[in-house]
Design a protein around this ligand. Structure first.
Ligand code: AMP
Length: 217
């Protein structure tokens, strides 16, 4: 199963990616998580990515593509993967095609999480992310037992810098300009399956698994 998850910021990609990856037993590869880990770790990659992330812009393709190429070459990704947050534009989709071509493979399916603009803003403003395991909580919809600690691993929770209202607005513009055409691109190739991403986390997971199961090997 070689899966890509698309949808606007706040559609629930990170949350659903965890459950979907677990269900289909493939590694979840989230470019946002990898970038954030590199920023926290103070690596060179993190230093190159940080200012773009803080501004809500895309990290340049040369940096992102090289990182994804390395990650997909890891042994755990040979039998399948779930990409969360990559590709983010049509050029990155071309790069992914190239990487898969080299190993004689293709994508199984692209899942689009569909939510409207107002809901996305509401979700992002209440989001709290675990510094340790990356799990995403929501102060209103999925609150952790204690305000500042992750129920899963005890890690510290934080509000992402790029979830501030201004940066959220900018990220949504970037999505409309650069990532929405990608949805059309995959739809034109008949590789896209869209689901309604409104509702409880469990409901959306069920819809996602139902939509994806026909594509499992
Ligand atoms: P995310 O956690 O997916 O919302 O990603 C957080 C930030 O990481 C984005 O706003 C971008 O700055 C950067 N990022 C993540 N994935 C990509 C990508 N595929 N291409 C460029 N930048 C990315």
């Amino acid at each position: 199963m070689r899966l890509v998850l698309v949808g606007p910021p706040g559609a629930g990609k990170g949350t659903q990616a965890e459950f979907i990856a677990e269900h289909f037993r493939v590694p979840k590869i989230s470019t946002g998580d990898i970038f954030r880990a590199n920023v926290s770790g103070g690596t060179e990659l993190g230093q190159r990515a940080k200012r773009f992330m803080d501004a809500g812009d895309l990290v340049p393709d040369v940096v992102t593509n090289a990182m994804v190429r390395d990650r997909l070459a890891q042994p755990d990704a040979t039998d399948g993967f779930l990409l969360d947050g990559f590709p983010r534009n049509v050029a990155q989709a071309g790069e992914l095609d190239g990487i898969l071509d080299e190993i004689g493979s293709t994508l199984s399916v692209v899942l689009d999480l569909d939510v409207d603009h107002d809901e996305v803003v509401r979700r992002l403003s209440g989001r709290r992310t675990c510094k340790n395991c990356g799990h995403v909580w929501h102060v209103e919809f999925d609150p952790p037992a204690s305000e500042n600690a992750c129920d899963k691993c005890g890690g510290e929770l934080y509000h992402r810098d790029d979830d501030s209202p201004e940066t959220v607005r900018h990220r949504l513009e970037i999505y409309a300009q650069q990532t929405a055409p990608l949805v059309q691109f995959y739809d034109n190739r008949s590789q896209l399956v869209a689901i309604n991403a409104l509702g409880t986390v469990e409901d959306v997971t069920e819809r996602a698994i139902d939509a994806l199961t026909p594509f499992a090997d």
